[in-house]
Write a protein that binds this ligand. Structure first.
Ligand code: CP
Ligand code: NVA
Length: 309
């Protein structure tokens, strides 16, 4: 049995297997073919934070695979009233076949997985958001910006907060071997442990990882430009300070011009215009952004089928 807690546990070959399955099932879905890959399988979806995409994509996904999704908000279940996480894990995992959990610390996810009898999927933690990166990878491939045979042809620029998304990009690049430049303000760098692990994997994959403070240097000639909110869930109280500290890090048309002329722009969403991205950049790249959002559904179907094998 495998969990999907972060991409650090996955090899390039395994990531490719998951993505390929996602593509295969996406093709079938588009033709109106719904094979019961997970007939009668039950997916519990525990949310300790808000969600639009993760909730809808997992619920629709498991249903299209012939199974059933159970949405559990911590506001409604006993977990929110103080029932220990490890008890919640031992109860729920005796009744369902797979669990997706969105929570705060990675330690909570790990604790849940430790006590779970069934595969556990990370639906976002403060540390990383690996299912989002599966969708982002699918989207890069579809737009001709990545191929597993020639990963070093791709340069991705991440501009903004060194948060769960930035951490996840660092892991993905280091596993697959594409080049990644992350530009953050000082004091908002990615997680140090993730950085060290990524640099270690990069030695094997050939990925060139650069950690910068200058958005322009990061974006120059990039194939893919991406960003994320400056204020992640749980950081609402820091909002004012963050907005000040991130001045100069908005992805606007002027910055985007420095990337390759056919560069794509990705955003995991939700997006805050006038902060991490301008309205103009967002709307001129809406095709990529909403295909990326749709790919959450397809990539996660690939993942669930892969974990269910
Ligand atoms: N990108 C993403 O995970 O969106 P939600 O928070 O809406 O699930
Ligand atoms: N970094 C954001 C991602 C939301 C999908 C957050 O954690 O809130």
């Amino acid at each position: 049995m495998r969990h999907f807690l972060w991409l650090i546990d996955y090899t390039k070959e395994e990531i490719k297997e998951i993505i390929d399955l996602g593509f295969e099932i996406k093709k079938e879905t588009k033709l109106g073919i719904f094979k019961p890959y997970m007939k009668y399988k039950q997916l519990a979806m525990i949310f300790e934070k808000s969600s639009t995409r993760t909730r809808v994509s997992f619920e629709v996904g498991i249903n299209q695979l012939g199974g059933n999704g159970i949405f559990l908000s911590s506001r409604d279940i006993q977990l929110g009233r103080g029932e220990p996480l490890k008890d919640t894990a031992r109860v729920i995992s005796r009744m369902v076949d797979m669990v997706m959990i969105r929570t705060f610390g990675q330690d909570r996810l790990e604790e849940f997985a430790k006590y779970s009898k069934v595969p556990v999927i990370n639906g976002l933690t403060d540390l990383c958001h690996p299912v989002q990166l599966l969708a982002d990878l699918m989207t890069m491939i579809e737009f001709g910006k990545f191929d597993f045979e020639n990963p070093s042809n791709t340069t991705v620029a991440y501009v903004g907060d060194g948060n769960n998304m930035a951490n996840s990009w660092a892991i993905l690049a280091s596993k697959l071997g594409f080049n990644l430049r992350i530009a953050t303000p000082k004091g908002y760098e990615i997680d140090e442990n993730i950085k060290q692990k990524a640099l270690e994997f990069a030695k094997k994959s050939g990925a060139k990882l650069e950690f910068l403070y200058d958005p322009k240097a990061a974006v120059k000639d990039a194939d893919v430009v991406t960003t994320d909110t400056w204020v992640s869930m749980g950081q609402e109280e820091e909002k004012e300070k963050r907005i000040k500290d991130f001045r100069g890090f908005e992805v606007d048309s002027e910055l985007m011009k420095l990337a390759k002329s056919d560069a794509i722009f990705l955003h995991c969403l939700p997006a805050y215009r006038g902060y991490e991205v301008s309205e103009e950049v967002f709307e001129s790249h809406a095709d990529e952004i909403f295909q990326e959002a749709e790919n959450r559904l397809h990539a996660q179907k690939g993942l669930m089928v892969w974990l269910n094998k």
